[in-house]
Design a protein around this ligand. Structure first.
Ligand code: NAP
Length: 330
């Protein structure tokens, strides 16, 4: 069926300014790390993408290696762009990244200019795009001068193959240096993409403040801890869950009894707020003024639906926050 976007798609989404830039991102963005590869059902991926765009999600996050197999999420996304979203390209913020292993030999991963520029070119081909909106260095490279990696991001922007530069998984110190280098080059850092959730909070130790002070946006990835911060595992491990899939990145040994206890206790707090746990976990991140958007994943349209419902209750009482803090620290 030919797709036409819902005319009411901008009615209910919140859009937050990304740092001090001209861009606003939806409060919820969709990542294509899982559930969009060739191993997944294409029609389900397509239904999720359509539903997301119909409900105001304008930002879609990819990387060269998303799949499996690596590259297949970009290929599938490219196919959907062509058939469904071509008329809407200017309404979308599409990001991709390079940093993790993509091809053999010394130029197939990390942070050299050689790798980043070649990888971006390949990503554009897979997606059938002339440019991406954000190009990320996916991870810092301990052996390549940061000047070279940031120089590659700058070059991509300078050549019009990306509109903005981003970094992911960089520490506070590395981020400080990246901001300085990119500012000097005239391509200010748009955004940082760190892992951040109720269960992983390193960014609260200086990164959020640094980003705010420098007008850089923040888009936490795995805000639901890959599904742990939902009701998914309350009653065992479902066959269709990320843990159960051989290619899923969530390992069974991460679901320990002590983690389960926390999930159960957090679920109670969420119920007290009239929310699902996933919704409370997302709202808890969104309450931080430095968080531009939360970068979720989903395996069904129903999950997307649940997650957008979050926007209906974003406030926390001091008592709820203390309760949550006590559970997380227990
Ligand atoms: N920069 C990086 O290094 C990096 C690393 C990781 C991720 N990312 C980005 O962040 C995006 C999101 O990561 P993520 O997929 O780990 O995010 P996440 O939102 O923490 O986890 C998504 C998973 O949680 C479950 N879920 C989501 N909503 C649910 C709901 N309402 N109820 C029950 N379960 C629900 C689903 O698991 P099931 O599949 O089991 O249903 C879904 O696949 C990625 O797609 C990628 O774009 C970036």
């Amino acid at each position: 069926m030919i797709y036409t976007a819902d005319k009411d798609r901008y009615n209910n989404m919140l859009y937050n300014r990304c740092g001090a830039s001209g861009i606003r991102l939806p409060a919820v963005s969709l990542g294509l790390w899982h559930n969009f590869g060739h191993v997944d059902a294409f029609e389900n991926s397509r239904a999720m993408l359509r539903w997301a765009f119909d409900h105001g999600i304008t930002h879609f996050d990819l990387a060269n290696n998303y799949g499996p197999p690596p590259g297949s999420a970009e290929e599938n996304f490219g196919r959907m762009l062509k058939t469904d979203f071509a008329p809407y390209r200017d309404e979308m913020i599409i990001s991709t990244k390079a940093g993790y292993y993509m091809w053999p030999g010394p130029y197939g991963e990390w942070g050299s200019k050689k790798y980043l520029i070649a990888s971006l070119e390949a990503s554009l081909k897979r997606m059938g795009l002339d440019y991406v909106d954000i190009f990320y260095s996916h991870r810092p490279d301990p052996d390549t001068p940061l000047q070279e990696t940031m120089g590659a991001l700058h070059q991509a922007v300078h050549q019009g193959k990306a509109l903005y530069a981003g970094i992911s998984n960089y520490t506070v110190e590395q981020t400080k240096e990246a901001i300085r280098l990119l500012t000097d080059l005239g391509t200010p850092l748009l955004i940082h993409q760190p892992r951040y959730s109720m269960f992983v909070r390193w960014v609260e130790d200086g990164l959020l403040d640094l980003l705010e002070d420098n007008g850089v946006g923040c888009i936490p990835f795995s805000p639901l801890a890959q599904g742990l911060l939902t009701d998914r595992y309350l009653n065992g491990i479902p066959d269709d869950s990320r843990i159960a899939k051989s290619w899923g990145f969530l390992r069974k040994d991460e679901l320990t009894e002590s983690v389960l206890e926390k999930i159960r206790a957090l679920n109670q707090v969420a119920q007290g707020r009239g929310q699902k746990l996933a919704q409370m976990a997302l709202a808890w991140l969104m309450r931080k003024k430095q968080v531009t958007s939360v970068l979720i994943g989903a395996s069904t349209v129903g999950q997307l639906q649940d997650n957008l419902e979050t926007l209906k209750n974003l406030s926390f009482s001091p008592a709820e926050l203390t309760q949550i803090e006590n559970i997380l620290r227990s």
